[in-house]
Design a protein. Structure first.
Length: 327
């Protein structure tokens, strides 16, 4: 389905360009890293993502999730893309990552980039670029992605379990997890807005509907009317049904997610818990009324997240295939 940005979105994005397009050197990363070595790299990735989104607009959300899940485990090194090997379970096969998708988009982009510039562009950078491009194609903000990451050679399912927050994580733990990655409560509030696009399997939230405290109860922070609607979509014991995280906005990146959190209709416990701490609560209300503030802060936080634990220079490698380390 072809997506067209509204005039308002265009104006908002245009206003943000001077801020979000400011090149900042972060741990060896820089905007335009491949300008000389593979000048068409970013165009190739963008065109690849666009070709997938044109067929299925929902692919943008999984690309954004891939970047988040990559960066929070061992840093933004493409380790989430590696396949498990005999006797060793990789990140993508860890329980928190079993619903990840979009690997085919990354593989297609990598093949196209390799054809143009063999052994130059990392899979980690392709993930970062694809996340940005998917957001733009879902009517969201743009930001210049700093590149120069190299790919890691290690991927561990146990590390994914240890580092990724669950949909049921409370505010104090969320803040601690983000702080360990160098991200603030403000970043937490902004990045949570990614839940405005995409779908989710029922097992990520049905505990809130049927057994919140282990006594067959409902999460009191969830709107009773919305809980009833979710029960109709996901009966007790159903762990496979798929619902929109932000109903009516699954392929449109906007502020409706925050309005739903305010109305106690955030689908995850981790959404509802944003209202329990002043910094995140104030930003939830602020973003509800200001697309420009949300778009600006989201872009800034994505740039910040994209620099977590990166491998640059002589560290890591440039994988030939994103699912396999080089021989």
């Amino acid at each position: 389905m072809a997506l067209r940005s509204s005039f308002l979105t265009f104006l908002v994005c245009a206003a943000l360009l001077p801020v979000l397009f400011k090149a900042v050197d972060a741990q060896g990363l820089k905007v335009g890293f491949y300008k000389k070595t593979c000048p068409k790299a970013e165009t190739i990735v963008r065109q690849t993502v666009a070709s997938f989104v044109a067929k299925d607009a929902t692919v943008a959300a999984p690309l954004l999730s891939l970047h988040f899940h990559d960066c929070f485990v061992r840093g933004c090194d493409g380790s989430v893309l590696l396949d498990s090997t005999k006797g060793h379970l990789a990140e993508k096969d860890a329980t928190p990552n079993l619903s990840l998708d979009g690997f085919d988009v990354i593989d297609t982009a990598k093949a196209a980039v390799e054809a143009a510039c063999p052994g130059v562009v990392s899979c980690a950078d392709i993930v970062a670029l694809a996340a940005r491009d998917g957001v733009v194609l879902n009517n969201g903000p743009s930001w210049q992605v700093e590149t120069g990451r190299r790919d890691g050679r290690v991927s561990s399912a146990s590390e994914a379990v240890a580092n990724l927050p669950s949909p049921f994580t409370e505010i104090s733990e969320l803040k601690a997890i983000f702080a360990r990655k160098g991200l603030s409560a403000e970043d937490l509030a902004a990045l949570s807005g990614s839940h405005t696009i995409g779908n989710v399997h029922s097992n990520a939230f049905t505990k809130r509907l049927y057994n919140f405290t282990g006594k067959g109860d409902r999460d009191p922070s969830l709107s009773p009317a919305y809980a009833q609607k979710l029960r109709s979509q996901c009966p007790r014991g159903d762990e496979t049904s798929i619902v929109e995280m932000d109903p009516g906005s699954a392929v449109r990146f906007d502020t409706s997610y925050y309005a739903r959190v305010v109305d106690r209709k955030g689908i995850f416990r981790s959404d509802a818990t944003l209202l329990q701490e002043k910094v995140t609560r104030d930003l939830v209300y602020q973003y509800t009324g200001s697309t420009s503030d949300f778009f600006h802060d989201f872009g800034v936080s994505m740039i910040k997240m994209g620099s977590i634990g990166v491998l640059t220079g002589a560290r890591g490698e440039i994988r030939k295939h994103c699912a396999l380390v080089n021989a």
